[in-house]
Design a protein around this ligand. Sequence first.
Ligand code: ADP
Ligand code: MG
Length: 698
Amino acid sequence: MENVTSYFGKNVFDDRVMKANLSAEVYQSLRKTIDEGAKLDIGVANTVAAAMKDWAVARGATHYTHWFQPLNGITAEKHDSFISSSPDGGVIMEFSGKELIKGEPDASSFPSGGLRATFEARGYTAWDPTSYAFIKGKTLCIPTAFCSYGGEALDKKTPLLRSMEALNQQALRILRLFGNDSVKRVSVMVGPEQEYFLIDREMYEKRQDLRFAGRTLFGAKAPKGQEMDDHYFGVIKPRVSAFMEELNEELWNVGVLSKTEHNEVAPAQHELAPIYTTNNVAADHNQLTMELMQKVAAKHGLVCLLHEKPFAGVNGSGKHNNWSLETDSGVNLLSPGETPYENAQFLLFLCAVIKAVDDYQDLLRISVATAGNDLRLGANEAPPAVVSMFLGDELNAILEAIDKDEPYCGTEKKQMKLGVDTLPRFNRDTTDRNRTSPFAFTGNKFEFRMLGSSNSISCANIMLNSAVAESLKIYADRLEAAEDFETTLHDMIRKTIRDHKRIIFNGNGYDETWVKEATEQRGLLDYRTTPDCVSHLLDKKNVQMLTAHKVFSEAELKSRYEITLDNYCKAVIIEANTMVDMAKTEIVPAVETYLKDVAETAVLKRTMDENMNCRYETKLVKKLSSLTERIWLETEGLEEALMNLHKAEDIAAKANMIRDTVLNRMGELRVVCDEAELTTAKSYWPFPTYGELLFGVN
Ligand code: ADP
Ligand code: MG
């Protein structure tokens, strides 16, 4: 087998390829664009495009695409071939700088939430040179941002890049105040851990709910679930391990730093974690990872389920967003430093995150809101829908000491006098682990755990980056105007701790009493569902903050509000329609066939001997008959709830009706159907059961 180092990134137009294929002058100029955002001269762009094309064609590519992330959560690509006709009747392969920098896909079918009037159907894509181009199949993929002709973002990358820039600007102001003049750039670094399920493809094909909704809408609990915890970190089965091996190879080919893989808690559940990288690249790579997971699974007769809650009663899938800030010289600003002075800076960045998470709990919750994730947040394996933070014992003790103006007796057992240059040295405590917190400090990074497995990581990071930029801006404004830097700094840190300590919770987030304490005593927000939270996207404080940092315009926020609710409604309506169809055309007929056979058995028995009592058959027929009647009634109830949706006057009202009626009706229908499953002989059941799905891959 080939050594990974020899093929890692072989399909990526990365720095190594640029250096080898561009003149020193062109390379330097491109590097300036990548590192500092300098505008690219069209002459340089032409040269880069030609080099990219030659490199791609030599690797078998025939097409190129501007690869982007519209607001429907998946990636989009429109392929154009490199060919251009030549007068002699043949073709030549061409690719210009203009084509590299800008594309004009007909974008009328992508969601825009009213941003793009239909007469202005075209949008444009713009090259993101900070994320390397790569080859997928026979196509050169160029990572791009996607905007309307008016310049409004129609994608997730544009606001992500803007939020990274906002954070960079504010973090640099803080670093300058601490006398650090050499840092040129502060980057957001992200490592997303991705959870997923693998099931057998033949079984998947037999279930409409999996095919149309990505999750099971029916299914009685299997005799065995995750009770024994014997799957977590267990031996990886041969078919799964063959899948993982090929997935890694595919990911490494396109430069994704796939690093860790293991079985997760639920049967058939697994996780993949890459090595962290710059936020926008991490987002592109995570999209690519999700896409390749599905492609490689298909090759192995498997299906990869990325839905947040594919099976009721066992754990759902999330995505842990590991997040930190790094300077261009490689210093992690969330790493406690060697000197007290560095630690004061560290504490200030820490406080900025604490303040951001408390002030913008709603935005963080909104950033992960989908119909699928609603089924997971608050269920017993996932963090609750309440946002809180875990800091660990040592940091907590330090913050408490500052808050109370008390001496700090930490690991060094030294009294802490207050004042910046006497802040204590402390060791980062990596043994401190809390798995139930939605937002945990884990030594030198924060881990935001509310993301659903199918969420784009862009959404959460846009909000997190912006909120932290806002805290830093407030700090920088005060510190720049301060007469006494150290006192102001100290007071600000203490004020942050005092004002925001309600968001810090070090206990068990899965404990029921926590949600009560959080909402009743601490006044934290508990938005259980997508319709509960999304309207707050347009709250004044949120619009002000996000527009001030130029992350979103007001029109863009309105459009995202519409699209989030629209996606929510569509997802649930598809599920409801699928349930109606499965109940009517598969479940009821199966139960009735069984019922008929049981009834015929009784008749047969009686013809053999008229004194046979046939009590079993009689009882069963009655039970089955009452079940089919209940299923029929519940189906009608659900259909009625769906019909009523047209009465909703706007998308918010529709989403509320779905939350309050349709989802309940779906739940009722499921209960009866699952009961029918347990009463019907297995050979009659029209699709694979939970037991078969969850334990069917070996
Ligand atoms: P765990 O399951 O214990 O949380 P993993 O090793 O599965 O740990 O995942 C940790 C993730 O955090 C990896 O993707 C890793 O690259 C990422 N990570 C580590 N350090 C940082 C950092 N400083 N900034 C951002 N992400 C980081
Ligand atoms: Mg983790």
